[in-house]
Design a binder for this molecule. Structure first.
Ligand code: SF4
Length: 225
Protein backbone atom coordinates (compact mmCIF):
# COMPACT_ATOMS: atom_id res chain seq x y z
CA UNK A 1 0.00 0.00 0.00
CA UNK A 2 1.22 3.50 -0.84
CA UNK A 3 2.04 5.72 2.20
CA UNK A 4 -0.58 8.44 2.76
CA UNK A 5 1.96 11.14 3.50
CA UNK A 6 5.22 11.74 1.70
CA UNK A 7 7.98 13.45 3.70
CA UNK A 8 9.52 16.53 2.17
CA UNK A 9 13.07 17.44 3.14
CA UNK A 10 13.17 20.40 5.49
CA UNK A 11 15.91 22.33 7.23
CA UNK A 12 14.18 24.95 9.37
CA UNK A 13 15.19 23.52 12.78
CA UNK A 14 18.43 22.08 11.41
CA UNK A 15 19.41 25.55 10.27
CA UNK A 16 18.72 26.98 13.75
CA UNK A 17 20.97 24.37 15.36
CA UNK A 18 23.65 24.80 12.70
CA UNK A 19 23.66 28.62 12.96
CA UNK A 20 23.96 28.39 16.75
CA UNK A 21 26.97 26.06 16.48
CA UNK A 22 28.53 28.34 13.91
CA UNK A 23 27.92 31.49 15.99
CA UNK A 24 29.58 29.92 19.06
CA UNK A 25 32.51 28.83 16.92
CA UNK A 26 32.95 32.26 15.28
CA UNK A 27 32.82 33.96 18.70
CA UNK A 28 35.77 31.84 19.83
CA UNK A 29 37.80 31.84 16.63
CA UNK A 30 40.00 34.84 17.46
CA UNK A 31 40.80 33.47 20.90
CA UNK A 32 41.50 30.02 19.46
CA UNK A 33 44.29 31.50 17.35
CA UNK A 34 45.91 33.11 20.40
CA UNK A 35 49.12 31.23 21.34
CA UNK A 36 49.02 32.71 24.84
CA UNK A 37 45.67 31.12 25.65
CA UNK A 38 45.63 27.61 27.09
CA UNK A 39 42.27 25.97 27.66
CA UNK A 40 41.75 23.85 30.76
CA UNK A 41 40.92 20.87 28.56
CA UNK A 42 44.33 21.27 26.88
CA UNK A 43 46.09 20.82 30.23
CA UNK A 44 44.65 17.33 30.49
CA UNK A 45 45.07 16.19 26.89
CA UNK A 46 47.68 15.86 24.14
CA UNK A 47 49.86 18.97 24.04
CA UNK A 48 50.26 18.83 20.25
CA UNK A 49 46.53 19.46 19.92
CA UNK A 50 46.99 22.97 21.32
CA UNK A 51 49.48 23.82 18.57
CA UNK A 52 47.12 22.50 15.91
CA UNK A 53 44.23 24.43 17.48
CA UNK A 54 46.26 27.66 17.19
CA UNK A 55 47.15 27.03 13.54
CA UNK A 56 44.11 25.16 12.21
CA UNK A 57 41.17 26.07 14.46
CA UNK A 58 38.60 25.50 11.70
CA UNK A 59 39.38 21.77 11.76
CA UNK A 60 37.73 21.50 15.18
CA UNK A 61 34.32 22.57 13.87
CA UNK A 62 32.06 19.55 13.69
CA UNK A 63 28.35 18.95 13.19
CA UNK A 64 27.93 15.42 14.48
CA UNK A 65 24.69 14.26 16.12
CA UNK A 66 26.33 13.12 19.42
CA UNK A 67 27.91 16.58 19.74
CA UNK A 68 24.59 18.35 19.13
CA UNK A 69 22.84 15.99 21.53
CA UNK A 70 25.49 16.77 24.16
CA UNK A 71 25.11 20.53 23.66
CA UNK A 72 21.35 20.31 24.09
CA UNK A 73 21.61 18.15 27.24
CA UNK A 74 24.07 20.69 28.66
CA UNK A 75 21.60 23.49 28.01
CA UNK A 76 18.75 21.66 29.72
CA UNK A 77 20.71 20.56 32.79
CA UNK A 78 22.37 23.95 33.17
CA UNK A 79 18.95 25.58 33.18
CA UNK A 80 17.90 23.28 36.03
CA UNK A 81 21.09 24.05 37.97
CA UNK A 82 20.61 27.80 37.43
CA UNK A 83 17.24 27.52 39.11
CA UNK A 84 19.04 25.94 42.07
CA UNK A 85 21.42 28.89 42.46
CA UNK A 86 24.38 27.66 40.40
CA UNK A 87 26.29 29.97 38.09
CA UNK A 88 26.38 28.17 34.76
CA UNK A 89 29.01 28.37 32.03
CA UNK A 90 31.08 30.07 34.73
CA UNK A 91 34.32 31.47 33.26
CA UNK A 92 37.61 30.89 35.02
CA UNK A 93 40.95 32.44 34.09
CA UNK A 94 44.40 32.49 35.67
CA UNK A 95 47.83 33.60 34.44
CA UNK A 96 51.02 31.54 34.51
CA UNK A 97 54.51 32.45 33.36
CA UNK A 98 56.65 30.02 31.36
CA UNK A 99 60.08 31.02 30.00
CA UNK A 100 59.28 34.68 30.63
CA UNK A 101 56.01 34.54 28.62
CA UNK A 102 52.60 34.98 30.25
CA UNK A 103 49.91 32.43 29.42
CA UNK A 104 46.23 32.65 30.30
CA UNK A 105 44.66 29.39 31.41
CA UNK A 106 40.98 29.68 30.52
CA UNK A 107 37.95 27.52 30.95
CA UNK A 108 34.23 27.42 31.59
CA UNK A 109 32.78 25.33 34.36
CA UNK A 110 29.42 23.89 33.40
CA UNK A 111 28.09 24.94 36.82
CA UNK A 112 29.59 26.46 39.95
CA UNK A 113 28.18 27.22 43.39
CA UNK A 114 30.71 29.64 44.92
CA UNK A 115 29.16 29.77 48.42
CA UNK A 116 29.28 26.00 48.85
CA UNK A 117 32.43 25.60 46.75
CA UNK A 118 30.97 23.06 44.33
CA UNK A 119 31.95 22.59 40.68
CA UNK A 120 29.77 20.50 38.34
CA UNK A 121 30.87 19.06 35.01
CA UNK A 122 28.26 17.51 32.71
CA UNK A 123 29.37 14.70 30.41
CA UNK A 124 27.38 13.04 27.67
CA UNK A 125 28.19 10.19 25.30
CA UNK A 126 27.15 6.90 23.84
CA UNK A 127 28.11 4.81 26.86
CA UNK A 128 28.84 5.10 30.57
CA UNK A 129 31.33 2.22 30.47
CA UNK A 130 34.62 3.18 32.09
CA UNK A 131 33.20 6.15 33.96
CA UNK A 132 34.30 8.19 35.74
CA UNK A 133 36.91 8.77 33.03
CA UNK A 134 40.35 9.81 34.15
CA UNK A 135 40.65 12.85 31.89
CA UNK A 136 37.26 14.09 33.10
CA UNK A 137 38.40 13.75 36.73
CA UNK A 138 41.61 15.59 35.86
CA UNK A 139 39.68 18.41 34.18
CA UNK A 140 37.35 18.67 37.18
CA UNK A 141 40.33 18.76 39.57
CA UNK A 142 41.97 21.56 37.57
CA UNK A 143 38.78 23.61 37.86
CA UNK A 144 38.52 22.84 41.59
CA UNK A 145 42.11 23.98 42.10
CA UNK A 146 41.61 27.14 40.04
CA UNK A 147 38.60 28.28 42.09
CA UNK A 148 39.57 26.47 45.31
CA UNK A 149 36.35 24.45 45.42
CA UNK A 150 35.91 21.74 48.05
CA UNK A 151 33.70 19.42 46.05
CA UNK A 152 33.47 18.40 42.40
CA UNK A 153 30.64 16.53 40.73
CA UNK A 154 30.75 14.65 37.44
CA UNK A 155 27.37 13.80 36.00
CA UNK A 156 27.18 11.42 33.03
CA UNK A 157 24.06 11.33 30.86
CA UNK A 158 24.09 8.52 28.30
CA UNK A 159 21.28 6.72 26.41
CA UNK A 160 21.01 4.01 29.07
CA UNK A 161 22.43 5.47 32.30
CA UNK A 162 22.62 8.63 34.39
CA UNK A 163 25.53 8.41 36.81
CA UNK A 164 26.84 10.93 39.30
CA UNK A 165 30.27 10.88 40.98
CA UNK A 166 31.65 13.28 43.56
CA UNK A 167 35.27 14.10 44.41
CA UNK A 168 37.07 16.03 47.09
CA UNK A 169 39.69 18.49 45.91
CA UNK A 170 43.20 17.13 45.47
CA UNK A 171 45.96 19.74 45.33
CA UNK A 172 47.69 19.70 41.95
CA UNK A 173 50.52 21.70 40.40
CA UNK A 174 48.91 23.60 37.54
CA UNK A 175 52.19 25.39 36.76
CA UNK A 176 53.72 21.99 35.85
CA UNK A 177 50.83 21.19 33.54
CA UNK A 178 51.16 24.58 31.85
CA UNK A 179 54.90 24.03 31.29
CA UNK A 180 54.29 20.54 29.94
CA UNK A 181 51.69 21.94 27.54
CA UNK A 182 53.75 24.92 26.37
CA UNK A 183 56.82 22.73 25.84
CA UNK A 184 54.64 20.21 23.97
CA UNK A 185 55.94 17.27 25.99
CA UNK A 186 53.03 14.85 25.87
CA UNK A 187 51.62 13.70 22.55
CA UNK A 188 49.33 11.94 22.91
CA UNK A 189 48.49 11.91 26.63
CA UNK A 190 46.00 9.05 26.38
CA UNK A 191 46.27 5.94 24.23
CA UNK A 192 42.76 6.37 22.75
CA UNK A 193 43.13 10.09 22.06
CA UNK A 194 44.36 10.04 18.43
CA UNK A 195 41.38 8.01 17.32
CA UNK A 196 39.01 10.88 18.18
CA UNK A 197 41.36 13.76 17.38
CA UNK A 198 40.24 16.26 14.69
CA UNK A 199 43.90 16.67 13.67
CA UNK A 200 44.80 13.01 13.26
CA UNK A 201 45.14 13.29 9.47
CA UNK A 202 47.90 15.88 9.70
CA UNK A 203 49.75 14.69 12.80
CA UNK A 204 53.10 12.90 12.76
CA UNK A 205 52.66 11.78 16.40
CA UNK A 206 49.41 9.97 15.72
CA UNK A 207 49.24 6.75 17.66
CA UNK A 208 48.31 4.02 15.22
CA UNK A 209 48.14 1.25 17.82
CA UNK A 210 44.80 -0.15 18.80
CA UNK A 211 43.26 2.25 21.31
CA UNK A 212 42.22 1.23 24.80
CA UNK A 213 38.80 2.19 26.07
CA UNK A 214 38.77 5.58 27.84
CA UNK A 215 39.24 5.07 31.56
CA UNK A 216 42.27 2.76 31.27
CA UNK A 217 44.92 5.36 30.65
CA UNK A 218 48.32 5.44 32.26
CA UNK A 219 49.02 9.09 33.01
CA UNK A 220 47.38 11.50 35.37
CA UNK A 221 47.94 14.86 37.00
CA UNK A 222 51.04 15.64 39.06
CA UNK A 223 50.32 15.89 42.78
CA UNK A 224 51.37 19.02 44.65
CA UNK A 225 54.65 18.52 46.40
S1 SF4 B 1 46.64 12.79 16.44
FE1 SF4 B 1 47.20 12.15 18.50
S2 SF4 B 1 49.26 12.93 18.87
FE2 SF4 B 1 48.38 14.05 17.11
S3 SF4 B 1 47.47 15.88 17.92
FE3 SF4 B 1 45.87 14.35 17.84
S4 SF4 B 1 45.88 13.36 19.84
FE4 SF4 B 1 47.80 14.47 19.62
Amino acid sequence: MEPRFFPIASSYILRLIYEEQLREFRDRLGEMRDPHVIYVTELVSCSQKRLFRINFPELTLGFEPPMIQGALIHRGLEELLREQGFVTEAPVEQEYVVDGETYKVKGRMDAYEPDKGVVVEIKTGRSAIGTPREHHIDQLQVYMNLVDAKLGILIYVTPDRILEYSFEKRDIVIQELVEETVHNKTHPRWSWECQYCPFNRICIYRNTEKAQAPGKQAQSLPDKR
